[in-house]
Write a protein that binds this ligand. Sequence first.
Ligand code: HGY
Ligand code: MN
Ligand code: MN
Length: 410
Amino acid sequence: MSNTLSIDGARLWNSLMELGEIGGTEKGGSRRLALTELDHQGRELVCGWMRDAGLTISFDRMGNIFGRRPGRDNSLAPVMTGSHIDTQPSGGKFDGCYGVLAGLEVMRVLKDHAIVTTAPLELAIWTNEEGVRFVPTMMGSGVFSKSIPLDHALAATDANGLTVGDEVKARGFFGDEEPGQHPVGSYYEVHIEQGPVLEANENTIGVVTGVLGQRLMNITVTGQEAHAGPTPMAIRKDALQHSLPLMTEILALGRSHGDSGRATIGQVAVLPGARNTIPGLVKFSVDLRNLDRTVLEEMANKAKMAAAAAQERTGLTFEVDDLQTITPTVFHYANVEMVDAACKSRGYSHQRIVSGAGHDACFISRIAPTSMIFVPCKDGISHNEIEDAAPTDLEAGANVLLDVLLRASA
Ligand code: HGY
Ligand code: MN
Ligand code: MN
């Protein structure tokens, strides 16, 4: 494989910075929640770049966007790359966007050099990967891979009662294509690691072999609102007071279930939210992860049992809402080896790594041979406005993607 061809790192960096300005935040991050006007503006910008790079754009009913580059034999299933450009509420410029724009940069380089592959290439932008405004998470790729029913996804509502279906139509990224009708020959996604491993080991590339599984839940605790002054402590039905021990127990699950165990409570609503009213209702999110499917199930069961025991002990109501189960992912050996070979041929320092973060590649790996390419991010920080990455690492990851896409579509 000749490595004479390389991507234009400055062009990639400039596109990342320009996209990052849409929904730009004070500390240099981005806020473009899925299917908001800002997400729409980001999609419009990137679709314009995709057209300029010679791609033909199509959408499916989930608002997933596909940019297609024809090959010599268009009867072949496309080799696909992609990621997401929706962000966390206080997200960074690189999570997801790097994968889309590195894929775009590959298409730009191939156009610059008038290179035609045998199989067609496609660049995908998946709808609502982050699952912040609308649950379930990794929604667009989940529906595309038939892991999430389309109707369930389109009916998902945000805090204001707006549905995904309404918002996809309103933003004009609604296509007639049934999600998943699109053949995929193989899929490669490049992403920042979002953790500390590559930087600590001073490796440029992570050859991703798999992804932790996830169990996402909401727990609602119902007590009784009462006055904070006259109500003695002994007779209170304080939903927050009785939520705290359960939250502590759930977080401890992340530390007691192996190196890949994770437990996070990222959202907590305390109602009615008045300083001098005893909380009658608390609703909180639970995000459990593990590489071992059985252990993940054990963690989820322990969380549910702890909630049931809390209800027994306190007399308050503890309701567990099982939102989403994503089984651990093992990427395809041949695709992983292809990434590894590309790193060796480029002389990039690299290592095998498991992803703690979920990615669209998890779902796409259920319908097509898939692997991922990681690059380090500064201090391993992500889902944070200060998220940062070295231009040289971003360039290296995109070069590996270029080599892998060329090889896979040869
Ligand atoms: O939650 C995740 O791992 C991803 O960032 N959606
Ligand atoms: Mn991501
Ligand atoms: Mn993310």
